[in-house]
Design a protein around this ligand. Structure first.
Ligand SMILES: C[S@@+](CC[C@H](N)C(=O)[O-])C[C@H]1O[C@@H](n2cnc3c(N)ncnc32)[C@H](O)[C@@H]1O
Length: 224
């Protein structure tokens, strides 16, 4: 059986449009239905918890690798345009693959957020913080921090062919479409697609990581 060798596969150029040596990867998930007060049962994540199960899967895919955590990843969860919960991989502890324990961490952040009297960001558990902000404010913060927001969209430029900034920030929605005001805020962003099928958000995050991992390692088409 003939098998392609590494020599047959084109490598991602070390310089040029597809070069990527990342500093940080950020994901922004816009949630429209999670209860702001965190008042829900951990036994009803898709129902009373307003599809928080989606956010839990996004958190797991953003950070967890086999036996480890991605320290160069950040996840912002925008809750009903009122609260932003931020998880930082370099500080996170206690994130496990199961949705229930992740939902407990997010519920704790929501209840701390409901108590907030100021616009300060406060820690809820290690590596997780919460503040009063919406999508517009978060996008401004991301730009100020030197990251470049990009919209994940099936009709965008194929991710594998997209030039990548040093610090991309990928924006995606939960199970709902973006609201018209959100669409207006996102209208000018570059749009990238992970493929021709409409996928779940957490699947998109996994595919983004896989593409950026390959670029960082200098792989192309699965060959080193
Ligand atoms: C489950 S989808 C949203 C479904 C929602 N009912 C809608 O129609 O917008 C969640 C997010 O995944 C992202 N997404 C889904 N498929 C994608 C694709 N093929 N390429 C890039 N992003 C995708 C989009 O950002 C979308 O907002």
């Amino acid at each position: 059986m003939s098998r392609l060798s590494a020599d047959d596969a084109p490598l991602v150029p070390r310089t040029g449009a597809l070069y990527y040596k990342g500093r940080m990867r950020t994901f922004v998930v816009v949630s429209h239905t999670v209860p702001l007060d965190g008042d829900f049962s951990l036994s009803d994540l898709p129902g009373g918890a307003g599809r928080i199960d989606i956010l839990c899967r996004c958190a797991v895919e953003t950070f967890l690798v086999s036996h480890g955590i991605r320290k160069d990843a950040v996840l912002h969860l925008v809750i009903r345009d009122r609260l932003v919960i931020t998880l930082r991989g370099d500080r996170l502890r206690h994130l496990n693959p199961d949705e229930r324990s992740t939902a407990a961490l997010l519920r704790r952040a929501l209840t701390r957020g409901a108590e907030l009297a100021t616009d300060d960001e406060i820690a809820s558990t290690q590596g997780i913080s919460v503040r009063r902000a919406g999508l517009a404010g978060l996008l401004q913060e991301i730009n100020r921090a030197g990251a470049r927001p990009m919209l994940l969209d099936e009709d965008g430029v194929l991710l594998a062919r997209s030039p990548m900034p040093e610090h991309p920030a990928f924006v995606l929605s939960d199970h709902r479409e973006f609201e018209p005001e959100e669409r207006a805020l996102l209208a000018s962003l570059p749009r990238v697609s992970v493929g021709p099928r409409w996928l779940h958000g957490h699947q998109c995050i996994t595919l983004v990581h896989a593409e950026l991992d390959q670029r960082e390692a200098g792989w192309k088409n699965g060959y080193g």
